[in-house]
Ligand binder design. Structure first.
Ligand SMILES: [Zn+2]
Length: 382
């Protein structure tokens, strides 16, 4: 039995001690008595570990390591076109070497849960094989959830759909997709149907790169939400990005927000990445590339923030610091009112855990895994 004492426990004003036994939180309170080992936290803040629910670990540091100096024009679609040149030389060793740098960036700054999208539009599954090995090798320091992600499309890439299915059989945890990249709306919609079918067939979670464009006519989120609502699969589903929803008109948006509440589908926004990628065809005014984070929070729709990229063809920066993502995100989404700011830290912790469906064992509560991080700051959290 171990006791962490002299702690400020997130959202538990009365408590200043945490008792841990065999990796599980036994008690949170005060004056918890003598135990074998006591660790003094010096009055610092204890919170649940950061969750990065959207990261491309097979891409991290490829921009500089694979000899490219520039990410081109900075649009999403140009980066996707560039990627095949990058990936043709990948080996299991090269993927692991760069991925470990990204994982070190994240874990050293407090992230303990990562959902990573791995490109499976590769008949050799080089990146997937590397990541399945790393998931097992690193399971004691970081939990990695793998998305079978068809970066070049389920139909745009010949055999893409079959590759996603094979990746699920190989051990990927989550079905991915990219409907706005398919060559016509009909194929984007077909991909959404196939994603939901595959998830149910193999009992997997869903996380779709959905409407990552400023085009308000990109509305694949509507079909995804409808299907998971009808299948009662919303809590196991995430729509990542949904940038176009930030450009949708209000009458459509409010109708959809009602339907999102019914399905209980999760959302992920990548504030730094999409502030960089979107608005590229705008002159001025220039859009922020962000979905309706503020409205989702107000309506109780689960939304989390994520890093997305670290130094890859899509985004030249990034360092796995989730606090930086949160800082940028709360500015771009304008969520700093006294009522909302108390919930902002959840965007990089509890809300991400819900996207990953690990809320049963995640968090600062008795009976849950004793994973937490210790921070200097306590401002606004008491
Ligand atoms: Zn992504």
């Amino acid at each position: 039995m171990k006791k962490f004492t002299n702690a400020v426990v997130y959202r538990q004003k009365e408590a200043n001690e945490i008792l841990v036994d065999k990796g599980i939180i036994k008690t949170i309170g005060s004056n918890l008595g003598l135990v074998d080992e006591t660790i003094d936290l010096g009055g610092k803040l204890v919170i649940a570990p950061y969750v990065d629910p959207h990261l491309h670990l097979d891409y991290v540091y490829t921009l500089s390591e694979l000899g490219q100096k520039s990410a081109g024009s900075g649009t999403l679609f140009e980066a996707i076109e560039m990627w095949p040149k990058f990936k043709e030389n990948l080996t299991i060793e090269s993927v692991k070497k760069l991925a470990i740098k990204g994982i070190r960036d994240e874990v050293s700054q407090g992230v303990q849960h990562v959902r990573t999208h791995i490109d499976v539009t590769d008949p050799k599954f080089t990146a997937l094989k590397a990541m399945l090995e790393m998931k097992e090798e690193l399971k004691d320091i970081v939990e990695i959830q793998i998305v079978a992600f068809p970066q070049e499309g389920m139909y745009t890439y010949r055999g893409g759909l079959e590759l996603v299915e094979e990746a699920l059989k190989m051990g990927a945890d989550v079905v991915g997709g990219i409907p706005h990249y398919e060559p016509a709306r009909e194929f984007g919609e077909k991909s959404i149907h196939d994603i939901v079918k595959l998830a149910i067939k193999y009992d997997k979670l869903i996380d779709v790169h959905c409407d990552e464009t400023d085009d308000p006519h990109s509305r694949f989120v509507e079909l995804l939400n409808a299907l998971v609502l009808m299948e009662d699969y919303g809590t196991r589903t995430t729509a990542s990005h949904t940038c176009s929803f930030g450009s949708a008109n209000n009458s459509y948006a409010y109708r959809m927000i009602d339907l999102f509440k019914k399905s209980k589908m999760n959302f992920i926004a990548c504030p730094t990445e999409n502030a960089y990628l979107q608005g590229r065809q705008d002159t001025y005014p220039k859009r922020r590339g962000l979905t309706r984070v503020k409205e989702f929070m107000e309506e109780g729709i689960n939304i989390a923030f994520a890093q997305d990229s670290i130094n890859d063809p899509w985004y030249p920066m990034g360092n796995g610091n989730l606090m930086n993502i949160l800082d940028n995100g709360i500015h771009l989404a304008q969520i700093m009112s006294p009522e909302v700011i108390e919930k902002d830290l959840d965007l990089i912790t509890y809300n991400g855990a819900r996207c990953l469906n690990i809320q049963d064992r995640y968090g600062l509560e008795v009976g849950k895994d004793a994973n937490f991080i210790v921070l200097d700051g306590i401002v606004l959290l008491m």
